[in-house]
Design a protein around this ligand. Sequence first.
Ligand code: NAP
Length: 246
Amino acid sequence: MSVTQRVVLITGASRGIGAACALRFAKDGYACVINYLLSKDRATEVVASIEAQGGTAFAVRADVADSTEASTMIGEVVGRFGRLDVLVNNAGVLRGGLLMLMDEADLDAVIAANLKGVFNCSKAAVRQMISQRSGAIVNISSMSGITGLAGQTDYSASKGGVIAFTRALAKELAQFNIRVNAVAPGLIDTDMACEIPENVRQRFLDMIPLKRLGRADEVAGIVRFLASSEASYITGETVAVSGGIP
Ligand code: NAP
């Protein structure tokens, strides 16, 4: 790694949108830290494909829902590279189901991964970014957090929380030249979208003006933009990548 190489940590980068973000940042010369929870082999494949293109990457296992693991992970990144330029809070889970039937353990798991995970990783990363007087955080929310979706009160609440968190943290960190933004994907063609029952998926699809699922790389392009100097006057915003869902 060269002294000036920028460093990005992407949570949940073993597959889906996170993996696409890693490949996108690597293409622009970033050293990429690939966080994963269970999918070690897939995280290793992402690292290998970045290295095969001449890039720098390493994989680190951590449960973002656990504050100690999140802060140890950031410590490892800073220990290895001496800096952290971009944090992409992407890790997330979907459970869903009607509120009346919702299991409390599922609710806790969704809030812990999708919302508390964003707090944990941001809190640990911000210490380093403040000392650098620069940085960018991009949080992956969801259109569910804006519009609300029946059968997803847990998920919608967690993702709405991410948007409010983004606005508030942007105000806290602007004085340190650190920007915080969010992306709200619609229905994107990943493993997570496959977890949605076929009839519900078809209903969602009918609501999308562009009449197709989004691709992970279409989300990654906007994440990359928000982290870049092209977006140097944008903070506290949430950008929809939804095929036109209002
Ligand atoms: P995905 O294919 O299911 O991948 C989820 C990723 O999150 C995996 O890499 C997984 O790691 C990781 N992860 C889950 N819990 C974690 C934890 N506690 N700690 C660390 N990593 C964890 O999902 P995706 O579709 O790419 O979604 C990525 C993000 O976009 C999520 O926040 C999701 O809510 C959001 N989003 C997705 C869609 C969509 O339609 N796909 C729409 C809107 C928003 P392991 O595999 O290693 O366990």
